[in-house]
Ligand binder design. Structure first.
Ligand code: B16
Ligand code: MG
Length: 215
């Protein structure tokens, strides 16, 4: 088998929480009197940290905020976002994702999460995957967010494998760059598939089973 492990991004790969991020940032933008926050702007927030995401919103206003105010704004967005997450349950884990994870695990592959999100443990719990993964590297254990490779390198280290032995699955351009720069083969969904250096462009999540010879 070509790979010993698969490291998954969370938001936009395992679950559709990327849509909640967008809605929560849009709600914050409206609170600040910013009308023109769009899905195009939101693409720049994918995979990057909460504070960097806030800067994408604040670029759209001339108002200058202090660091203290920025911290409070990021907290407000997170409260809106967590409120949306609180309605999530095991039903939000798609059949396609759960079947594919099962097939990979059956073949003996190790499975990990590599996410920029500090809400990773909460989301995995809601999805019924709290104890499912062999390793979880997330925004709580890194100092540099994607496109820096730190989170994926950390996940590989936790698993005890080299980057060349792991496949990274991403939906964001920043995440695809992080994987490639870390020395991983990357399978890209959507926008990540358009990042030139990915090893695979996925049409569907379930394609991972074919790549890992589990189908
Ligand atoms: P939080 P991923 C990333 O998760 C999101 O794509 C990105 O939009 C978000 O800003 C980041 O997590 C931080 O999230 O505010 O929950 O800590 O795609 O790397 O799983
Ligand atoms: Mg993502």
């Amino acid at each position: 088998m070509k790979y010993k492990a698969v490291i998954f991004d969370l938001d936009g790969v395992i679950c559709s929480t990327d849509e909640y991020h967008y809605l929560a940032w849009k709600a914050l933008a409206e609170m600040l009197g910013i009308d023109g926050f769009t899905r195009e702007d939101n693409k720049l927030q994918r995979g990057v940290s909460r504070m960097e995401s806030l800067e994408v919103v604040l670029r759209k206003t001339r108002t200058v905020y202090t660091e203290e105010q920025k911290t409070a704004l990021a907290e407000t967005k997170n409260e809106i976002y967590k409120n949306m997450l609180s309605g999530m349950s095991e039903k939000d884990l798609s059949e396609e994702v759960s079947t594919t994870l099962y097939k990979l695990r059956e073949k003996g592959l190790k499975l990990a999460i590599g996410s920029s999100s500090k809400n990773t443990p909460f989301i995995l719990e809601r999805l019924g995957l709290g104890a499912y993964f062999d390793a979880v590297a997330d925004g709580n254990c890194v100092t540099r967010s994607k496109p820096d490779p730190e989170v994926f390198l950390k996940a590989a280290e936790m698993l005890g494998f080299k980057p060349s032995e792991c496949l990274v699955v991403e939906d964001a351009a920043a995440g695809a760059k992080a994987g490639v720069d870390g020395g991983f083969d990357v399978a890209g969904l959507g926008e990540a598939g358009d990042y030139g250096k990915t090893a695979y462009r996925l049409k569907a999540f379930s394609d991972i089973a074919k790549i890992c010879e589990c189908d």
